[in-house]
Write a protein of this length. Structure first.
Length: 502
C-alpha cells in the first residue's frame, strides 16, 4: 500500500509546469486547436489586419522564423451570439517577463481539457469569449528581451503620447485593431519585476498634487471589488500576507505615458487629442491615423495590471504543478496561483445563477430549488418565479419585464389558471453574497452560499418554467470623488447597473 500511494503521488507531482519558447508556445496552441475544434480558434493578427503595416514578408525574425502575433479566442462557438461578453488577456507586452505567457497557456489547456467534465468550466466557455495574446510581443518573447526591436510596447499606446511616438510597434497595433472590433469588458495584462495587483489610474494626468497619488477612477468601486476576488483566489504567501498587494497603478507601480492600461480603460470616453493621441508613426511603412480615432462606445475596459513576481523569469522549479489549481495553499507555484486569479477575472465579467439540479424537484404540491450566484460580489435583490409554459423566448421576454417589484403587463397565475406567459412569484430574494466559482473550493460545505427555495405550489397541471431574476452589485454605481467627474464608464459596470445596456 505504501508503494502504491507513493507512486500515485509521484504521478501527480510529475505533471509540472514548464516554460515554453516561442516556437513551442505556437505549437502548443495549434495542438489545442486541433484537439478541441469548436472551443478554440486561432488567428494571425497580420492576416486579420493587413493595414497594420506596408509591404509583404516578415516584419521581424523570431529565432529563425518569421514573427507573427497569435490571437486566440476560446468559447463555445456552436452557441456564440454577438451579445456574449468578452475579456482579453495579454501574456507579455515585455518579452522578458515570462510568467504571463506560461499562465495563459496553461489556463487555456485547463479550460479546454475540463470543458466536458466540470459544470463551472463548461459555464465559463458557454457564456464568455476569452481572448488571449499569449505572446503579445512575439519578437521580445522569442529573444527574451523587453522591447520590440528597441521600442517599448507599453509606452506605445495613444494615451498622453506624442503622435509620432505611438503605434510604432506591431504589438500595439495588433492590440489596437483587436480592440476596435471587440467590446472587451475587462483586460488583464501580465508583467514581472515586482508583486502587485493594480488597477486605474496609472497615468500622469490623474495624479493628486502634491501627494503624487492616484485620483479616483469613475469605476473605482467595481475595480476594487473585483480585485479583492482575484486577490483571494491567488491566495497568501508563507507569512500569511496576500500574495498580491493591491492598489492603483500610480500608487503601487508608477504612472506612465503611453501605457496600454489607461488607453484600454478610457480611449473611447476621454478627450482626443489630449489625452487620447492621434498616432502618426513611420515605422513598418506607417499606420493610418484614423485607426486611433475611436467611437464613443468602443474601448471601455476594466483593467488589471498584474506584476507577478520580483523576478521577470523566476526559476522553472517555482512554477508548480497542475494539482495545485484545485486548492489554495501558500506552497502553490506561480502558474496555479495565477490561473485561479485569471479564472476569477473570467467569472466576474457577467453575473449568473447556476442551479445545482435541473429540473427542480416537484412533489405533492411543493417545488424545491437549489441555486447559487456567481460572476458577482452580491445579489442586490431578486425573485424566484414560475412562468407558465416552456423556458423559451416568450418566458425570457416576460422575465425581462422585472422592475424590482413585479412584472408589468404579465398575467398572474391562479389555482385554476396558469396560461403561457403568466407569472407566479415563489419567493423574494434580499441582499446576499455570491458564492463564486467552486473549482478550488471542492471541500467547502455543500450548502455554503447556496440558496434553497422549498415552497407550496397550488397551480393547475401543466408546463412551467422555473427561473430566478436578480439585480447584482448595484452599489458599483456609487462614487466618492471620481476624476473626471463622470458616472462609471466601463462596459462592465454599465452592463451591471444600467437597464438594458448593450
Amino acid at each position: 500500500m505504501w508503494l502504491l500511494i507513493s507512486f500515485l503521488c509521484w504521478l501527480v507531482a510529475a505533471d509540472r509546469y514548464r516554460y515554453k519558447d516561442w516556437s513551442q508556445m505556437m505549437g502548443y496552441f495549434h495542438g489545442l486547436s486541433a484537439k478541441y475544434p469548436g472551443l478554440i480558434e486561432l488567428y494571425v493578427a497580420e492576416e486579420m489586419y493587413p493595414h497594420m503595416r506596408q509591404g509583404t514578408g516578415s516584419w521581424a525574425d523570431c529565432r529563425g522564423k518569421p514573427c507573427y502575433i497569435m490571437l486566440v479566442r476560446m468559447t463555445n462557438e456552436s452557441s456564440l451570439k454577438p451579445s456574449r461578453p468578452e475579456l482579453f488577456f495579454s501574456g507579455a507586452l515585455h518579452g522578458n517577463e515570462r510568467l504571463g505567457p506560461a499562465t495563459v497557456a496553461e489556463m487555456a489547456g485547463f479550460l479546454l481539457e475540463n470543458y466536458a467534465k466540470d459544470q463551472e468550466v463548461r459555464w465559463l466557455l458557454d457564456t464568455r469569449s476569452i481572448w488571449l495574446a499569449p505572446t503579445t510581443n512575439p519578437y521580445g518573447y522569442a529573444h527574451n528581451t523587453r522591447e520590440e526591436q528597441r521600442m517599448d510596447p507599453n509606452r506605445d499606446f495613444p494615451y498622453l503620447q506624442r503622435p509620432e511616438m505611438c503605434m510604432r510597434t506591431m504589438t500595439a497595433r495588433a492590440v489596437n485593431e483587436l480592440y476596435r472590433e471587440r467590446q472587451f469588458r475587462m483586460m488583464v495584462t501580465f508583467h514581472g519585476g515586482m508583486r502587485i495587483l493594480s488597477y486605474e489610474w496609472g497615468s500622469n494626468d490623474h495624479v493628486k498634487r502634491p501627494q503624487g497619488t492616484s485620483t479616483e477612477a469613475p469605476d473605482d468601486k467595481a475595480q476594487v471589488a473585483i480585485a479583492k476576488k482575484m486577490q483571494a483566489a491567488a491566495g497568501k504567501d508563507a507569512g500569511g500576507s496576500w500574495w498580491y498587494p493591491m492598489g492603483t497603478m500610480t500608487d503601487t507601480v508608477y504612472p506612465v505615458d503611453g501605457g496600454m492600461e489607461d488607453w484600454s480603460y478610457a480611449a473611447s470616453w476621454e478627450p482626443s487629442p489630449n489625452p487620447i493621441s492621434v498616432c502618426k508613426p513611420t515605422t513598418y511603412g506607417g499606420y493610418p491615423e484614423e485607426r486611433t480615432k475611436y467611437p464613443s462606445e468602443a474601448i471601455r475596459s476594466i483593467v488589471y495590471l498584474v506584476e507577478m513576481d520580483d523576478l521577470k523569469g523566476p526559476p522553472e522549479s517555482t512554477l508548480g504543478d497542475s494539482s495545485e489549481v484545485h486548492s489554495i495553499s501558500p506552497r502553490d507555484g506561480h502558474i496555479s496561483r495565477n490561473m485561479r486569479m485569471s479564472l476569477t477575472a473570467v467569472e466576474m465579467i457577467e453575473p449568473d445563477i447556476l442551479f445545482t439540479a435541473v429540473p427542480p424537484t416537484v412533489l405533492r404540491g411543493r417545488i424545491s430549488l437549489r441555486f447559487y450566484a456567481l460572476g458577482c460580489d452580491h445579489v442586490t435583490q431578486g425573485a424566484v418565479v414560475l412562468v407558465g409554459g416552456a423556458c423559451d423566448d416568450r418566458a425570457r421576454e416576460v422575465l425581462g419585464r422585472w422592475d424590482g417589484h413585479g412584472f408589468p403587463g404579465a398575467t398572474s397565475m391562479s389555482p385554476s389558471s396558469a396560461p403561457a406567459g403568466s407569472v407566479h412569484v415563489l419567493q423574494s430574494l434580499g441582499k446576499s453574497e455570491c458564492r463564486g466559482l467552486s473549482i478550488w473550493h471542492r471541500s467547502r460545505a455543500r450548502d455554503e452560499k447556496v440558496i434553497t427555495v422549498d415552497a407550496a405550489v397550488d397551480l393547475p397541471p401543466g408546463e412551467y418554467c422555473p427561473a430566478v431574476v436578480a439585480w447584482f452589485d448595484q452599489d458599483w454605481a456609487e462614487q466618492g470623488h471620481p476624476d473626471p467627474a463622470l458616472p462609471p464608464q466601463s462596459h462592465l459596470v454599465k452592463a451591471r447597473v444600467q437597464p438594458r445596456y448593450s
